[in-house]
Structure formats: structure tokens, C-alpha cells
Design a protein around this ligand. Structure first.
Ligand code: NAD
Ligand code: MG
Length: 301
């Protein structure tokens, strides 16, 4: 079996296709080790091929889920990383730092709440200072709140405010500050969602932020293209990360991901390749202003 098939098989085998995941709930932001089963971030499978050698990346929300898989893959491809995350998740972040260092790369840990403008600016400047520059920004930190019965009528201002501040304000501030450090050949990768195209009524605020992130991606790509900076987004489908049991009703977990053409949720490890590709100045040199879907078959157009 090829390396690639072995990787795919290892990821897919973590999901029981019949019956899905056990019922479970956590409090946000959620913890990786409390999940059943623990997600696959490519710990045992990602094989680096020197695709990002010498680059320096800041990954927001890099402690768990998709961000953790990206951090592991980036490190094994030769990239030093800085991770931003909510401080409640220190032990998740320390686990990622250990994996990055085992790959022979530097890992800078930057806890802080990106709902706050000055924290956003500090996190970016600290990442650039400690890594000695910045080449890639992955805007991955995000929040949803899905324990609602329906849509707009159930939307509470406090939850909506937190979702908009985390997913949009934080992303705008972090990106604005990062552009002080990014130069020709650099790239920005935003994390969108299938929710931007096929929104669920219970996620009406979250889905709107993800549609806005797609619009921001295209607009910023136009602005910074002349400087040789590329801007893209990845739109994941249903992915098994702490975000799910931490923000959705426990009884929805067994069916999570079943409504995709591939009939299952994805593992974080199955997202990493999209990020490595978009970050690579050699492989994606002419790719900007696009949204790459990793959705298990749901359309992103
Ligand atoms: P996750 O909970 O593992 O990761 C999100 C991380 O964002 C958190 O761990 C936390 O450290 C960070 N974060 C949240 N609020 C923050 C704040 N205010 N300040 C700083 N950091 C903050 O979940 P995930 O599923 O890996 O989410 C990563 C991204 O993927 C999010 O943008 C999410 O919207 C997106 N996404 C996830 C799915 C999915 O099914 N899991 C689908 C589509 C899109
Ligand atoms: Mg987390």
C-alpha cells in the first residue's frame, strides 16, 4: 500500500461508519483527550516531504482539531510554528508543542483571547519576533454555538457577540497585524466552512461569519496580490474535533457527518494536505482568492 493510501485508511478507520460517534457533550472550548474516540491529527501517519522548509507560520486555534493537524504537518514539512489558543487549553497546546519539537522544529505557544484587539496584535508580533519572521498565517480559531432548537428566534446576543468577535473581528485584527510582517511569497489561509454554502438553521450566526470569511478572502487577495502575497480559504465539512461535542447537543453526535456523500465525518488529519498545499510557495504559487472545500463531497459553490 502507498504511504498516501495508508494515511487515508488510518484516518478513515478512526470513524465507525455504522452508528457513528457515541453520544457526548463537553463545555466549550472542549478538550481533545476527553473525546471518544480521540481524533486523528496525523500523529502516526503524516510523512513530511520538505514542502515548507525554512518557513515560519502562525496558526490560530492551533491547540486542537484542525489547527493541531496543520501544526503537525507543517512541522514535519520543515516549518517552525507559533500556536495561539485559549488559555484553558494549555494541556492540548503542550501536546502539540511536543509533537512539533519531535519533528525538529520550533514551537512558540501564545495563549490569549482573540476577541480582544490588543491581544490579537500582541500574539502576531510575538509570533514574528520569537520565530524571527512570518511567512504563513492560518486563521483557524473559531467558535460556533449549536445547542439551539432552531434558528434566529433562539439566538442570544451574548452568544452571537462571541461568535462574531472570535470568527470575524479576531480574524480581521490578526490579519491586519500580520500584514506588517508578511512579504513577497507569503500566504494567508482562512478557515471557512461548508456552512457558508449549506447553512444549518441552528448555526445562523456562525454560518454568516463563514460566508463573510469567503468574501474577505477574495477581497484581501485582490488587495495584497500586487505585493506577492496569496490569500485563500479552506472550507471543511463535518470534522471530528472538540468543537463538536463542546458546542452541539450530545444526541446529535451519533449521526454527525452521515449526511455527506462519503457518509462519514472527516478526521483533522484529512484536512492537513489542503493547508500544506496552499502554504507552499512552490506548489500553490499561482493560487490565490480561492476556497478549497474538504467536505466529504458536499459542494462548495
Ligand atoms: P477546535 O475547537 O479544536 O479548534 C478551535 C480552536 O480555536 C480552539 O481550540 C481555541 O483554541 C481557538 N479559539 C476559539 N476561540 C478563541 C478565542 N476567542 N481566542 C483564541 N483562540 C480561540 O475546533 P476545530 O473544529 O478544529 O475548529 C477550527 C476551525 O475549523 C474553526 O474556524 C471552525 O469554525 C472551523 N470548522 C470546523 C468544522 C468542524 O466540523 N469541526 C467544520 C467547518 C469549519
Ligand atoms: Mg481546543
Amino acid at each position: 500500500m502507498s504511504d498516501l493510501n495508508a494515511t487515508r485508511e488510518a484516518a478513515a478507520s478512526k470513524v465507525s461508519k455504522a452508528g457513528g460517534f457515541p453520544e457526548q457533550e463537553q463545555q466549550p472550548p472542549g478538550s481533545t483527550t476527553a473525546m471518544n474516540p480521540v481524533p486523528d491529527h496525523g500523529e502516526d501517519t503524516w510523512v513530511g516531504r520538505d514542502r515548507l522548509v525554512g518557513l515560519k507560520a502562525l496558526i490560530t486555534g492551533g491547540d486542537s482539531g484542525i489547527g493541531r493537524a496543520v501544526a503537525i504537518a507543517f512541522a514535519r514539512e520543515g516549518c517552525d510554528v507559533a500556536l495561539s489558543y485559549l488559555s484553558e487549553e494549555q494541556s492540548d497546546a503542550e501536546d502539540v508543542a511536543r509533537l512539533v519539537e519531535e519533528a525538529g522544529r520550533r514551537c512558540v505557544l501564545l495563549p490569549g483571547d482573540l476577541q480582544d484587539e490588543s491581544t490579537c496584535r500582541q500574539v502576531v508580533d510575538e509570533a514574528a519576533e520569537q520565530l524571527g519572521g512570518l511567512d504563513v498565517l492560518v486563521n483557524n480559531a473559531g467558535l460556533q454555538w449549536g445547542r439551539r432548537n432552531s434558528g434566529l428566534a433562539d439566538l442570544e446576543t451574548e452568544e452571537m457577540d462571541r461568535v462574531f468577535r472570535t470568527n470575524l473581528y479576531g480574524l480581521f485584527w490578526v490579519t491586519q497585524q500580520a500584514l506588517e510582517h508578511l512579504g513577497e511569497g507569503a500566504s494567508i489561509i482562512n478557515v471557512s466552512s461548508i456552512q457558508a454554502y449549506d447553512p444549518s438553521t441552528a448555526l445562523i450566526d456562525y454560518a454568516a461569519t463563514k460566508a463573510a470569511i469567503n468574501n474577505f478572502t477574495v477581497n484581501l487577495a485582490a488587495e495584497v496580490g500586487p505585493k506577492g502575497i496569496r490569500v485563500n480559504a479552506v472550507a471543511p465539512g463535518p470534522i471530528w474535533t472538540p468543537l463538536q461535542p463542546a458546542t452541539k447537543k450530545g444526541e446529535s453526535m451519533p449521526k454527525f457527518g452521515e449526511d455527506t456523500p462519503l457518509g462519514r465525518a472527516g478526521q483533522p488529519s484529512e484536512l492537513a494536505g489542503a493547508f500544506v498545499y496552499l502554504a507552499s510557495p512552490a506548489e500553490a504559487s499561482y493560487v490565490s482568492g480561492t476556497v478549497l472545500g474538504v467536505t466529504g463531497g458536499k459542494p462548495v459553490f
